[in-house]
Design a protein around this ligand. Structure first.
Ligand code: CTP
Length: 403
């Protein structure tokens, strides 16, 4: 029960899904949290303050002062009181105001003054959700450290179908529990995460590479940083950008550059997660000039690269965790289990190319986590963000046992 005695400030904004905030508030109280509610004027068009004050067991705040009594509701005081500001549902309008500092109501003013973590659960129509203005606003808020609980996909109140419905209250509660647990365990820990492919140059314009996009590694880095960890992200070539300010990004191209960077940073981290798809072979020679057509056959001789994970495994201290990935096409569990031993890993995240929705360049993944003790946890097909949560949860568990 990580929500017990937690002081949660619940912000409700104008969205048809505001009705779910009633049940959410009830669940928070059941979990042992103390809940205070701030509603925007538009939220009160969808759900009554009376419902929310009854369920939260506190009077609902809607403006900086009560016109009748002249009583002042201090946004600074409320921001200081809270262990967490949860805005659910968060409308496009409110997120826009938060991103741009337009503090024209009690909720946004309190957000501006709050020193506590902020979790935002957006809800809106699918086209509004993916509008560039909204995406940019959400990215701004993410970069400033706000956490997001992604909306669900499915039928929307508008009758359209897509992404935009407020995450179910049970999911929000789960995310909050994870947040408080992870925050405790990951605070002041340093992680090394590798991501993306490596490119092994053949000549000035060509390389041997692979289809890795870096999405999984970036999702893990973001998840860790959001939960208070410092992250060194060593990435091969990718179009992705890291959002969180606690992520220190280092760009490398080849397996050998990735090896050097990992060897430099590994001794000072608590955990290393090797999600990069490192080339296993590299050309023996690098042509200075572009190789010309004309020859009947062209052979490129390749030699093995260094196995970065295995090298880190050799110098790993008892206080460190080393986590690998395995992408297999056959004998998956056996191959992955052998890699745990060969590379001295603590656990390995296995994905099989046979599983639909798993693998390179997709937004989803289906993984199993195999522990060095032999224990296997199989997960269903999920978004890469959710898979990152599962991996981080496992790390949080394991961190407790290494110190
Ligand atoms: N890995 C690494 N350095 C390499 C190759 C792989 O650090 N030169 C890491 C990957 O980042 C991953 C794990 O080792 O965490 C397993 O990678 P994978 O490609 O599945 O295994 P390999 O050891 O390369 O074996 P194979 O390709 O033969 O399956």
């Amino acid at each position: 029960m990580s929500l017990k005695n937690k002081k949660i400030l619940l912000g409700i904004t104008g969205s048809i899904s505001a009705y779910k905030a009633a049940y959410l508030s009830r669940l928070l109280v059941k979990e042992g949290a103390e809940v205070q509610v701030i509603m925007t004027a538009f939220a009160a068009e969808f759900i009554t303050p009376l419902t929310m004050s009854t369920l939260s067991q506190h009077p609902v705040k809607m403006s900086t002062h009560d016109k009748k009594t002249g009583e002042w509701s201090s946004h600074v005081e409320m921001g200081n009181w809270a262990d967490l500001l949860l805005i659910a549902p968060a409308s496009l309008n409110t997120m826009g105001k938060m991103a741009h500092g337009i503090a024209d109501n009690l909720l946004v003013t309190t957000y501006m003054a709050a020193k506590c973590p902020v979790i935002i659960a957006p809800a809106m129509d699918l086209d509004m959700y993916k509008h560039p203005a909204n995406i940019e606003n959400m990215n701004m808020l993410k970069a400033r450290g706000c956490h997001f609980i992604e909306p669900g996909e499915g039928e929307l109140a508008s009758g359209l179908c897509g992404k935009g419905r407020l995450a179910e209250p049970e999911i929000i509660i789960q995310e909050l529990n994870d947040f408080f647990q992870q925050k405790q365990a990951l605070k002041k820990k340093t992680f090394l995460v590798t991501a993306g492919p490596t490119y092994e140059k053949i000549d000035p314009v060509r390389f041997v590479g692979n289809f890795s996009s870096g999405k999984m590694g970036f999702a893990i880095a973001e998840k860790l940083a959001k939960n208070g960890a410092d992250v060194i992200l060593i990435t091969g070539p990718t179009v992705l950008s890291a959002q969180h300010q606690s992520i220190q990004r280092l760009d490398v191209t080849s397996a050998s550059e990735m090896y050097d960077a990992c060897m430099q940073y590994f001794p000072n981290v608590d955990v290393a997660i090797m999600s990069a798809a490192v080339a296993d072979f590299t050309p023996v020679t690098l042509d200075d000039e572009k190789i010309k057509r004309g020859k009947e056959n062209q052979n490129i001789q390749l030699v093995p690269t260094k196995d970065i994970a295995a090298e880190l495994g050799k110098i790993k201290k008892k206080s460190q965790l080393l986590i690998g990935f395995a992408l297999e096409t056959n004998n998956e569990t056996q191959n992955a289990s052998e890699k745990i031993k060969k590379k001295n890993l603590d656990f390995i995240v296995l994905n099989s190319l046979k599983d639909e929705g798993a693998g390179f360049n997709l937004n989803t993944n289906k993984v199993s986590i195999i522990d060095k003790s032999g224990e296997i946890i199989k997960f269903k097909l999920k978004s890469k963000n959710e898979v990152a949560s599962d991996i981080v949860n496992k790390i949080v568990n394991d961190i407790k046992t290494i110190k």
